[in-house]
Structure formats: C-alpha cells, structure tokens
Design a protein around this ligand. Structure first.
Ligand code: CTP
Length: 409
C-alpha cells in the first residue's frame, strides 16, 4: 500500500501512555509511503524515547525549541518554523488533555505547541488524536476545548472506547494505529461523494442445500469492500451488504451480513430506497436448490447420485436498475462483470442486459482472492481501461469515475 506516497507528515507526541501506539503509527505511516518527522514534548519523553521514534521514522527527532541542529535542512535554529513549513499535515497523536488546552489558548512554551501555533494555518492542517482517562475526556473543560479546537479549524479525531491503562473502562482511549491511518487517508481523499449515500453489495452468496452443504463461488469480497472503503473516504455514507466473507468492516462503513441471494436481494432492495449509488460487486449465485433439506442428505448405499432440482435466483442488480428511482436518474447503478474471456464484449452486453449506465469488467479467475486486479469500465460513451493495480487503488479510481459521471448527470 502506497496511499501516502509523496506526503510529508509531522507526527507530534504529547505526554500519555498512548505514546506506545505512536511508535506503531509512525511505522504504519512510513509503510504507507509518507515521510515522517517526529516532534515530541518533554512529557512524551517520559513514556517513549526519541531513539525509538528516530529509528522508526528514519529522521532525527526534535524535542526542544532550543535545539541547535539544522531542521528541515535549514541551519537557523528555528525548528518551530522549518519543521511546520514542509508538512502536508501535523498529526498530534497522542494529544493529551493538557496539550489540547494549550492549543486553544495559543500557548507556545515548548517546541510542539510553538510549532502548531507557528504553522501556516491555511496550508498546513492540524489533526489531533485525543488520548486520556475517561473522566478527563468527559470533563466539561475538555469538551469545551474540543469544541473550540474545531471552531479554530483543527480536525479533532474520535476517541476509542474500552479498557484504559488506569484500569477504568470508557471513552478516551486513543484510536488504534490502523484506525488513525484510515482517518488520515480519508482526510487526504477528495470528497467527491460528499453527502451521497452509497450502497455496495460484496462477496459470494451461499445457497444452502442442506444444513452442511451449499452452492457458492470463489469471490473473496475484497473488491466490494475496497469500493465501500473508498466511497466512505470520498465522503459518502456507505451501506455494505456482504455475503459470507471473513473480511474486517471498513472503518466508518455500515455493514449488513447476509447469506443467500434471496437475503441479499431483500437487504439491497430495502437500502436502495435511500441510496444515490448502488455498486453491485457481489458474485450472486445464479441458482439455488429448489428446496433445502432439513437434515444432512445421506448416501443411501446404492451409488446413486441424488437428483437435485435448481431454480434461478433473482437478478438483484437488474431489479434495482429497473426501479422508478433508478429510471428517474436518482439512483446510479454500477454492475460488475467477472468473466473468463472477452471481457469487453461481455461487459458491453451485460450493461445493456442489466439496464445500467456503467459496468466494470474484469477477468474473474485472475483476480479471485488476490489483492490486485485490472478493470475495464464500460459506459454509454465507450470504455476506459484501469491497468493492474491494488484493489484499494482501483476502488479509489472507480469511485472518482462514478462521481464524475454523476456530476455530468
Ligand atoms: N448480479 C445480481 N444478481 C444476480 C446475478 C448478478 O445482482 N442474481 C449482479 C452482480 O452483482 C454483478 C452483475 O450482476 O454486478 C453481473 O453479475 P455476473 O455474475 O457477472 O452476471 P450474470 O448476470 O450472473 O450473468 P452470467 O452468469 O451469464 O455471466
């Protein structure tokens, strides 16, 4: 994953036990392609050493405004100016209650607070990840500070909930490094679907034959989940209807697990009533057994194979595309076509057959279960190839292509 490639971040640590998570966060940011400059308060140094953060970021850590070393390549003994000028964002993680109180007053008595105050406010966004005891978080003073920070243009991230270092349980934990990385990626994503409601179907369906057997397919759900995540990062409110897959729910996405095609159809039709976009990434089983046996079907010893009767499943996408809202243009429908050959021709035919404005073609056997794919987008004007890339990258591209087409009307 290289989603933060080209981004330079200042990671600021104020004092708190959550500093241990900042080490993993720093590593995650670097792995995502960012360059990271760490700045620590004196209180943070009580919890984790600059040596650790230097090793993980690969850069000298700054802790004092009196530091005489050149900073950001400039030898003027002004780290508070130099370090902030080159940043695409400053992320304070953890942000202690005390540090947030300092920020709202424009206090500048150490390098970290001084640098935040001295940053070019229009160009360098400030993001804070609060971390504190639940009583401190709930205190009216802290909540007042959060409101003031937001009014001043600072992005205050959510806090986590759960067991705290002090032994108490409640709100106030710092988000996990993976959650912070998600929020940061969302922060840098253009909000092309802001205010839109996006419905995504993903994964296979399971058509039960008896309590232990069934018909399914090799869809991993990865592409649909990536689309849900990309749409959420682009500002949409996302509902994800997922067949049986073992994937974590993308942050900020509402997920509904289903099993059979009929379950998926019921969930999708209900949610489509309020959606602006429907992306049908699910690999819906084409058939289901006419009847599900109440108990496991047994061999009868004769060597005869049981005769199974199958019925065709409803076409969920075609049904949604035929709805009044879709026909009026209030619901933009996108289909997938997982083929084994002639992707372009098959996707073109499928687009017409399903009555949808956009179909995303791909070679099924070359992508099932993998983290990458190559896509062909087919619409009424022609086709666009999206060369092989990670499913996360392709999902971002697809979301922006959808947003563009919706904007054109
Ligand atoms: N789809 C659906 N309901 C179905 C079958 C497919 O909503 N019962 C949707 C899929 O989510 C996908 C698109 O229709 O967006 C195409 O699915 P695909 O399985 O490729 O096509 P089929 O319509 O099943 O046609 P075929 O199996 O003949 O290729």
């Amino acid at each position: 994953m290289n989603d933060l490639a080209g981004k330079h971040l200042v990671l600021g640590l104020s004092g708190g036990i959550a500093c241990y998570k900042a080490a993993e966060l720093c590593r995650a940011l670097v792995k995502a392609g960012a360059t990271v400059q760490v700045v620590m308060s004196q209180a943070a140094e009580q919890f984790i050493t600059p040596v650790t953060m230097q090793a993980l970021s690969g850069r000298a850590v700054f802790t004092s405004q009196w530091d005489k070393r050149p900073s950001a390549g400039v030898d003027n003994q002004m780290p508070h100016i130099n370090l902030s000028r080159e940043a695409d964002a400053i992320l304070i993680a953890p942000a202690s209650a005390d540090f947030m109180a300092k920020l709202i007053h424009g206090r500048a008595d150490d390098l970290l607070s001084l640098m935040c105050l001295a940053r070019p406010i229009d160009r360098v966004p400030l993001i804070v990840a609060p971390a504190m005891n639940r009583e401190m978080w709930a205190h009216p003073a802290t909540q007042r500070n959060v409101t003031q920070l937001r009014a001043d243009g600072t992005r205050v991230l959510d806090v986590g909930q759960g067991e705290q270092a002090c032994g108490e349980t409640g709100d106030g934990r710092m988000l996990e490094p993976s959650e912070l990385l998600d929020d940061l990626l969302a922060f840098f994503t253009a909000k092309t679907l802001l205010g839109r409601r996006v419905l995504v179907s993903a994964g296979p369906t399971w058509e039960a034959l008896d309590p232990v057997r069934g018909l399914t397919n090799r869809s991993s759900g990865k592409m649909g989940f990536a689309v849900a995540q990309a749409a959420q990062r682009a500002g949409a409110q996302v509902d994800l209807v997922a067949g049986p897959v073992a994937l974590p729910t993308p942050r900020g996405v509402r997920r509904l697990d289903v099993s059979s095609a009929l379950d998926m159809q019921a969930a999708v039709l209900a949610l489509a009533e309020h959606a602006d976009v429907f992306v049908a990434a699910a690999a819906v089983a084409d058939w289901r057994p006419a009847q599900m046996a109440a108990h496991k079907i047994k061999k009868d010893g004769s060597g005869q194979v049981p005769l199974l009767e199958w019925v065709e499943n409803p076409d969920i996408l075609a049904a949604v595309a035929a709805s009044e809202r879709a026909k009026r243009g209030d619901l933009y429908c996108v289909g997938f076509a997982a083929e084994s050959r002639d992707v372009l021709a098959q996707a073109q035919a499928k687009r017409l057959r399903k009555g949808v404005p956009l179909v995303v073609g791909n070679l099924g056997p070359e992508t099932f279960g993998r983290d990458d794919n190559a896509l062909i987008l087919v619409d009424g004007r022609g086709h666009t190839e999206l060369p092989r890339a990670s499913k996360a990258d392709l999902a971002c591209r697809l979301v922006h292509e959808i947003a563009q087409r919706m904007a054109l009307g």
